[in-house]
Ligand binder design. Structure first.
Ligand code: NAP
Length: 248
């Protein structure tokens, strides 16, 4: 896979899966990799260092993806600064776990706004320059939880299921302009997001994974790179599972 001369934006690229995706693009020759983050400046700068070490021009943008105006400004800034936008990866996401009867309105809104509305706002903004270019690839990072549900994750699951509907609709809308839109659906991946789980819960989850282990961020990154490049030129509207067989 080669992304020579490509300009890529990875939201939530400062840590975890997003960092692996960003570094993957840099190693695959992308000329420019822009990452976004919410507030962890140290992690973002560390990632910028990794991207530069891999030979890419790198930039970190701090903005909240749940803010639609900030999303529009970010896309406009990337196109202005780097001349184009070839790949958008909507990876930024968060979860607030809790049984449905106790979920607060604010926590519901925060998850839907970050995980779903953010992706929509960025796609809306990116579609214009990509349509003008008559090329582009968009990959949305959904979740196995959006496909099968999970106790204590009603809002997170709803946001990730929504992302699949968004992916398929936009894939249909933008296909005539040579813009492909796909999703990657990770299972249980070892990052900060899953580090707080109790040993008991972790063991229970592992029992439901045929491959018998957590995935690592690089394994998700490989799927995102595949769907972003020429190797998947006839694939759009697809959801690629990277879950060790947890859901088939
Ligand atoms: P993570 O380690 O918690 O990293 C989250 C990233 O998103 C960070 O870069 C964070 O920025 C950024 N972010 C969070 N809220 C944001 C906001 N409102 N605006 C902008 N950026 C924001 O998460 P991860 O485990 O790598 O997960 C990445 C994606 O994969 C998420 O969409 C997640 O739902 C999905 N996923 C993860 C798993 C898993 O098992 N880990 C499984 C399925 C799907 P800061 O560094 O500034 O906080």
């Amino acid at each position: 896979m080669s992304f020579k001369d490509k300009v890529v934006l990875v939201t939530g690229g400062s840590r975890g899966i997003g960092r692996s995706i960003a570094v993957g693009f840099a190693k695959a020759g992308a000329s420019t990799v822009v990452i976004s983050y919410a507030g962890n400046e140290a992690a973002a700068q560390e990632t910028v260092g990794l991207l530069q070490a891999a030979g890419a021009k790198a930039e970190a943008l701090k903005f909240d993806v749940s803010d639609a105006i900030a999303c529009a400004n970010a896309i406009e800034g990337v196109v202005k600064t780097h001349g184009r936008l070839d790949v958008l990866v909507n990876n930024a996401g968060m979860a607030v776990d809790g049984l449905v009867m106790r979920v607060k309105d604010d926590d519901w809104d925060k998850q839907l706004d970050t995980n779903l509305k953010g992706a929509f706002a960025l796609i809306r903004a990116a579609s214009r320059p990509m349509m003008k270019q008559r090329s582009g690839a968009i990959v949305n990072v959904t979740s196995v939880v959006g496909e099968m549900g999970n106790v204590g994750q009603a809002a997170y699951s709803a946001s990730k299921a929504g992302l699949i509907g968004l992916t398929k609709s936009v894939a249909r809308e933008l296909s005539s302009r040579n813009i492909r839109v796909n999703a990657v659906s990770p299972g249980f991946i070892g990052t900060d997001m899953t580090s707080h789980l109790s040993d008991e819960l972790r063991q229970k989850m592992l029992e439901g994974i045929p491959l018998g282990r957590l995935g690592n961020p690089e394994e998700v990154a490989q799927a995102v790179l595949f769907l972003s490049g020429d190797a998947s030129s006839y694939i759009t509207g697809e959801v690629l599972r990277v879950n060790g067989g947890m859901y088939m």
